[in-house]
Design a protein around this ligand. Structure first.
Ligand code: DOR
Ligand code: ZN
Length: 346
């Protein structure tokens, strides 16, 4: 049995750092393990201009401990009023690496998101021209669509028409959660990719809802039934070049999740690599872990892989990680996959 694995240092192609005290509390969990991260822009207020992104990047860099070499790759939050010229300028200057589309109302801090894709076509056309990827939160928001169907309906009614209209646009279906999404990406062109989270690989809706409701498993898009979980595991562990790691690690204070109307988001950074190695081992695919964590993402984004390496070992006793982290405003509960984990980065 393999019990040591050395891979190129991983990147996180979808991460929420927040701002202020929360940023300081979480950023080094990422910076100590990952080389780069695509930084989500859903702050309050959101990161909407190149100047906002440059200023946020400064705050992130200032919060990283000097011993870590971590490069934040910034994104802009697309709104109905985004200025195409500002997007092009920020991309030309190397400030941003992608733009994020949140359908208005789809998830945490998405109130300023896009109300209709038609309203942002001029921005998307510029992005296609300059090869700037669009990161998509792929869920419709109509109240009449069941929450478990919102991804599949989005693909059919929003994403497919967009990609037919603008096939040159690079699109990444963030945190894909369904077999429908996996098939959409597999059947798509090279311009279509997806990130997958560790928690969607580890749990399905039974874990969240059977025997009691577990608010720390609540995230958006919501975890689906086991057949969808298996489709995600198959995609991630296949080595397919258009599936790669985006943790969607999204810290919320514990008390804002353990309440009558809890926030969506899972804080998984401390045990992401342990979870992934376990999933890949269970699927007999450890040889594809490096592609998923460290190679496919940079290739798709047009960047070289990290020079550094990361070594993972399989221990005989369960790996320890904190149950929560502390911030001045309270704790953030760390994702508990509900099983012992044996792999850990050295
Ligand atoms: O569960 C989620 N939490 N999904 C998202 O799309 C946003 C994220 C957050 O920012 O908390
Ligand atoms: Zn996210």
């Amino acid at each position: 049995m393999v019990d040591t694995l050395t891979i190129r240092q991983p990147d996180d192609w979808h991460i929420h750092f927040r701002d202020g005290e929360m940023l300081k509390a979480v950023v080094n969990d990422t910076a100590s393990q990952f080389g780069r991260g695509i930084i989500m822009p859903n702050l309050v207020p959101p990161v909407v201009t190149g100047a906002d992104a440059a200023a946020y990047r400064e705050r992130i860099t200032a919060a990283i401990q000097p011993e870590h070499q971590f490069t934040p790759l910034m994104t802009l939050y697309l709104t109905d009023n985004t200025d195409p010229a500002d997007v092009k300028d920020a991309a030309d200057q190397g400030i941003i690496h992608a733009v994020k589309l949140y359908p208005a109302g789809a998830t945490t801090n998405s109130q300023s998101g896009v109300t209709s894709i038609n309203n942002v076509m001029s921005v998307l056309e510029v992005m296609a021209d300059i090869n700037l990827p669009l990161c998509v939160h792929g869920e419709v928001t109509s109240p009449d669509i069941d929450i478990f169907d919102r991804e599949a309906v989005f693909l059919e009614t929003q994403l497919q028409p967009l990609q037919q209209a603008l096939p040159e646009l690079k699109v990444i279906l963030e945190h894909v959660t369904t077999a429908d999404g996996v098939n959409y990406v597999r059947d798509g062109s090279y311009n279509t990719a997806a990130t997958i989270t560790p928690h969607h690989l580890m749990i399905n809706r039974n874990h969240m809802l059977v025997g009691g409701i577990r608010p720390h498993y609540y995230c958006l898009p919501i975890v689906k039934r086991a057949t969808h979980q298996q489709a995600l595991r198959d995609a991630a562990t296949s080595g397919h070049e258009r599936f790669f790691l985006g943790t969607d690690s999204a810290p919320h204070l514990t008390h804002t999740k353990e309440t009558s109307c809890g926030c969506a988001g899972v804080y998984n950074t401390p045990n992401t690599l342990s979870c992934l190695a376990q999933v890949f081992e269970e699927e007999n695919a450890l040889e594809h872990l490096e592609a998923f964590c460290s190679l496919n993402g940079p290739t798709w984004y047009g960047l070289p892989p990290n020079e550094n390496t990361t070594t993972l070992t399989r221990r005989s006793t369960p790996t320890e990680y904190p149950a929560s982290i502390t911030t001045p405003d309270g704790t953030v509960t760390v994702f508990d996959p509900g099983v012992d984990l044996y792999w850990a980065a050295v």
